[in-house]
Design a binder for this molecule. Structure first.
Ligand code: TSB
Ligand code: ZN
Length: 580
């Protein structure tokens, strides 16, 4: 894992100072450059820059780094100066970005700026004492960013970098980044032919190739079986709904910017669904329910469409067309705790099966100020949030709280994981909702014969098959466990002339139960064996004269150099056991 630079005081200061050093170097090389903000992030720092008509490419970074080194060697001291608002506005009068920053500062903010040699920047600080201290840095990449993050505003250029106190620390950081690139599911996905994208289909709309489809089918079967045992009933519902459906649920008012626009067919107005809850509410409403029927657990592997900003779309991890491993649990208020616990235990169980250890529970709460995003009913929210806290404390799982991350209808318990490249993402989620059942006027008859409103728990264990597959490819570096691997066994006859017949026989014996390939290309044995390793196939069988004569097989397991000779029955037993 990388060190979190933002959480380390000293590293924060030197990275922030290095952002200024970057800005100074850019100013030397591009005198018209203007600077917006240059914060410290977990992985280092960046600076957002307005370069007018100039464009900085990755290939320009070396030149900028050189200039930074020169300034650093020059060794100027860094001075802090505090200014009145009037003086600050006067000092930065030719810089619209700094004027904007000053104008947005609260009245009691101490306005300060920092100067090193010929460069002054508005900044809260603190900084190192001299640019001399900034020696071990690296600029990493350039990307686009909008002023204030809003695509309606001017496009700026963002340069990323990182700075450490020692060359060794920097080296380790860069090494980690190199390894992370190899683990990136977009690279593995391409190499192993798991998914593809095509501009004619659209961005964020992956096409799952046969190998990916096998993985997905395995995941579906795996989770379906778990859910069936826990009393879930699965349904199939359409991936569109009318605008009225989403007006009823509240998505139209609170979630519209995440949805694809409406389309009209005859007199009906449709939207591609961003979530499946409304459909499942209607499935629940199809029948009258007594308290004895509850909990009712309705599951679906359901396709959803969401508008994700084009810059945010990423491989299988963040897509615009996704398939959720979704379910909605309809419960009485008394059942909330047990049902929620069942979901959390299912999450823990699944993570154990997949060997996922690095994750954090996040309690996602509403932002009380944000009346646009969140349904306005403080009592309902307080009740739901407290209930969730209670359950979490009883479960004794460690979690952190995040304001403004709740769904518009209720608070969530999310599981956060770190992908190979980029910021943390949510995998599993479990959410408590008092709102949608009310909006859909759902009911059940309680033990006194009175009508009551059920509570709904929304949950997705994998999150989406898309994101989970991305994550698992990165966790395993593409070497999937045998039960998930698209090809489980690769059979290589040493020599086609003498051993192909035997290889065909072994292939026939295995192919109905396992996913097997026979590599009878006229290529060297060493070449075919190497390729089997590159493709990360769990088992490679090597069949030569010895195996033909003794009616056995020799295999190599991925990751091992050892070749083991056993009978075919023993081999079948071995993988059967492993898969189980
Ligand atoms: C769990 N209504 C609930 C559902 O019942 C819901 O939609 N929750 S969600 O908005 O949190 O989405 C569920 C999961 O989908 C998330 O936890 C996340 O793992 C996954 N997800 C969300 N957006 C994307 C995306 N753009 N690409 C891939 N997966 C995504
Ligand atoms: Zn839902």
């Amino acid at each position: 894992m990388l060190k979190n630079i933002k959480e380390d005081k000293r590293l924060s200061v030197i990275n922030h100072s290095c952002a200024h050093l970057l800005a100074q170097a850019v100013k030397h090389l591009y005198p018209n450059a203007l600077f917006w903000v240059g914060p410290v992030i977990e992985e280092g720092f960046y600076y957002d820059i307005d370069l007018g008509d100039n464009v900085i490419k990755d290939s320009d970074l070396e030149k900028i780094e050189k200039e930074m080194k020169k300034i650093s060697k020059d060794g100027k001291r860094i001075y802090r100066e505090e200014l009145s608002r009037e003086d600050a506005l006067e000092k930065f009068k030719n810089d619209p970005y700094k004027i904007d920053l000053i104008n947005n500062m609260l009245d009691d903010t101490v306005i300060s700026c920092y100067t090193q040699g010929d460069f002054t920047d508005l900044c809260r600080g603190p900084h190192v004492e001299s640019v001399k201290e900034l020696k071990h840095f690296k600029l990493l990449k350039v990307s686009g960013a909008y002023f204030k993050g809003d695509s309606k505003n001017k496009a700026l250029q963002r340069i990323y970098g990182v700075c450490y106190e020692t060359e060794q620390d920097l080296k380790e950081h860069l090494q980690y980044l190199e390894e992370a690139k190899l683990r990136d599911h977009r690279k593995i996905g391409k190499e192993q032919e798991i998914y593809m994208n095509h501009e004619l289909v659209g961005s964020g709309m992956p096409l799952w190739l046969p190998n990916g489809a096998i993985i997905r089918k395995q995941l579906e079967n795996y989770i379906y079986n778990k859910e069936r045992k826990l009393g879930y009933n699965h349904v199939y519902t359409p991936c569109v709904g009318t605008v009225n459906l989403y007006k009823t649920s509240g998505h139209w008012d609170h979630y519209k910017e995440n949805m694809f626009p409406m389309m009209k067919v005859d007199e009906e107005e449709f939207v591609l669904r961003p979530m499946n809850c409304p459909h499942h509410m209607l499935v629940y409403k199809n029948k009258l329910h007594s308290y004895r029927d509850l909990p009712i657990r309705i599951g679906e592997f359901a396709t959803d469409f969401r508008y994700e900003a084009s810059g945010a779309v990423k491989g299988l991890e963040r897509v615009r067309c996704m398939c959720q491993n979704d379910a909605h649990l309809f419960v009485t208020p008394e059942q909330i705790k047990d049902e929620f616990k069942q979901v959390v235990n299912l999450i823990l169980d699944v993570y154990k099966d997949f060997g996922i250890k690095d994750y954090k529970f996040r309690l996602s709460l509403r932002d009380k100020e944000d009346k646009e995003k969140y349904f306005d009913d403080d009592e309902m929210w307080d009740n739901a949030e407290n209930k969730l806290r209670e359950v979490l404390n009883e479960l004794e799982i460690p979690y952190f709280e995040a304001i403004g991350e709740a769904a518009f209808y209720g608070p969530k318990l999310d599981v956060e994981v770190k992908p190979a490249v980029g910021p943390e993402v949510t995998l599993s989620t479990c959410q408590l909702d008092f709102l949608l059942p009310r909006r859909f006027e759902l009911s059940y008859i309680d033990n006194k014969g009175e009508k009551q409103t059920p509570v709904v728990i929304h949950r997705a264990i994998f999150g989406t098959f898309d994101r989970f597959t991305a994550f698992i490819l990165e966790e395993t570096k593409g070497a999937l466990p045998t039960w998930l691997a698209p090809i489980q066994v690769n059979i290589i006859p040493v020599n086609n002339e003498h051993h192909l017949e035997y290889a065909n026989k072994i292939y026939s014996l295995l192919k109905d139960e396992f996913r097997v390939e026979l590599d009878n290309r006229e290529e060297k044995l060493s070449y075919r064996m190497r390729e089997s390793v590159v493709r990360k196939i769990p088992y490679t069988l090597i069949l030569g004269q010895k195996e033909v004569d003794s009616n056995t097989i020799s295999y190599r397991k991925y990751g091992s150099e050892e070749t083991i000779n056993i009978t075919i029955d023993e081999f079948v037993d071995l993988i059967r056991k492993e898969i189980k």
